[in-house]
Design a protein around this ligand. Structure first.
Ligand SMILES: [Zn+2]
Length: 458
């Protein structure tokens, strides 16, 4: 870090946070310490916070009072994270419909309310109290810190900013934030060659010490850099998130910029897990959330996923007392990891890779779900011919495989066309397939590229 960067890190950032009444810096110090805690200590931290949360939710929200009462439970039945299974899952539809019933009638009240863009196309309102917000900020800084990112560093944020324009006051605050923290924000929604060349020019001019980017956007940019031979910098660590990171994306980003650090989070809960420099899965934010990976049994009951097994991501937000979320099913699928110590020395539980959204399941000709992730394998075979792809299953079940050929629309070789048809015939037999060649894949909500889009059946 240069001298100005140190000034921001040591003086301006803590002062700015304190002036806004935020204890972020103190919490960051706490988290710096607890990241090295033993498995027993981490378990104790989660148990204590869970007891407080369940007690508060039971006494101050009609929703959780009813959930415990109808099962004959009291808050005393929840001593450790292992007791969480006694509570029902909070499915997304129930979460949307129960916000009033889950809102606490006692302080702390909500300090922040925001709407999630909802990759399902169904926006949802999320509110939380100030304490929750401070833990979220501190947790994000810790996770980013594992990639070497400290407040005060020159950071290029190559991110999607959606369609909402902040009002003037919010914009002023945002600009101040950006100037103080030396952040440079570049929208990643448009991914044409022309635009990518502009972004490369910006990287050269700005000389960031760290890049934070959507996974797919970063991979696009990296492949552009490699294709055009325009790398003109040393190692720049890259923090990726928001979209799926496939292995060949990671390789491209690492070759074009520097070591790649995956993060996993959401607008609902912020950072749920982040990768350390051992690059072997992502560590859960155990001091702020309880993350469960669960598998549904055929009889409707659930069980914890075994190490190596993938399951649905279920989150309990430990610091949001204003509108508690206990066992929220966020729609993602992730691989559970063993509860062992990472090569980095931390006991924080690991998960990953994230295997995509449950909604990315396609339907076969009989209406049975088929994991859409197999298209990632298809793309591995096409990586020399295509820049990107997207698969859309329409209401009448037929598939459109959209590809962006490197040589340009209409230039995908016949053999690759045939390969796509053969591949689909093998994995989703009986479905009509149309291959569409485009100059770019149209972005979804908040500029996120979705690899698989499934329209509801007619
Ligand atoms: Zn680690």
């Amino acid at each position: 870090m240069d001298l100005y960067g140190r000034l921001v890190h040591d003086v301006l950032f803590p002062g700015f946070e304190a002036a806004r009444g935020r204890p972020t810096v103190g919490l960051m110090r706490d988290l710096d310490r607890t990241q090295w805690a033993s498995a027993d200590e981490l378990h104790a931290i989660q148990s204590g916070l869970l007891r407080r949360l369940v007690r508060h939710a039971y006494h101050h929200t009609p929703w959780y009072k009813a959930r415990l009462d109808e099962r004959g439970l009291t808050p005393d039945d929840f001593r450790t994270p292992e007791d969480l299974h006694k509570l029902p899952l909070l499915e997304r539809d129930h979460a949307r419909g129960s916000i009033d019933a889950r809102t606490s009638d006692a302080p702390p009240f909500a300090a922040v309310t925001k709407v999630t863009s909802g990759s399902t196309g169904q926006p949802m309102k999320v509110s939380y109290n100030a304490e929750s917000r401070h833990w979220r900020d501190a947790t994000r800084w810790r996770g980013y810190g594992w990639a070497g990112y400290r407040p005060g560093m020159k950071a290029l944020h190559y991110w999607g900013f959606g369609l909402t324009v902040p009002d003037r006051k919010a914009r002023w605050k945002m600009n101040l934030d950006r100037a103080l923290n030396r952040n440079n924000y570049v929208d990643c929604t448009i991914r044409s060659d022309e635009r990518l060349a502009e972004v490369v020019a910006e990287v050269r001019r700005f000389q960031p010490e760290i890049i934070v980017t959507y996974s797919q956007a970063g991979a696009y940019l990296a492949r552009h850099v490699l294709r055009t031979g325009t790398r003109a910098w040393g190692e720049i660590p890259v923090i990726v998130g928001a979209e799926r990171l496939l292995e060949h994306d990671r390789q491209a980003i690492t070759a074009a910029f520097g070591p790649t650090f995956e993060t996993y989070g959401s607008r609902e809960f912020m950072l749920t897990a982040a990768e350390c420099d051992a690059h072997d899965g992502m560590h859960e934010s155990m001091e702020t959330q309880i993350t469960e990976i669960i598998v549904r049994n055929p009889d409707g009951t659930t069980r914890a996923a075994r190490p190596g097994e993938s399951g649905e991501v279920v989150i309990t937000d430990l610091h949001n007392l204003a509108v508690p979320h206990l066992r929220y099913v966020n729609g993602d699928i992730a691989v559970q990891r063993p509860a062992d110590r990472c090569a980095c020395g931390r006991w924080l539980q690991r998960i990953g890779p994230i295997e995509g959204r449950t909604l990315e399941n396609l339907r076969d000709a009989a209406g049975q779900p088929v994991g859409g992730t197999f298209f990632a394998v298809l793309f591995l075979y096409l990586v020399d011919h295509c820049l990107s792809y997207q698969v859309v299953q329409h209401a009448d079940d037929h598939l459109t495989v959209r590809v962006v050929p490197i040589a340009g629309p209409g230039k995908l070789p016949a053999a690759q066309h045939q390969f796509i048809h053969d591949f689909c015939a093998r994995y989703v037999p009986g479905l009509p397939v149309v291959v569409e060649e485009l100059a770019d894949i149209p972005p979804g909500p908040a500029g996120k590229r979705r690899l698989v889009v499934v329209e509801p059946r007619a």
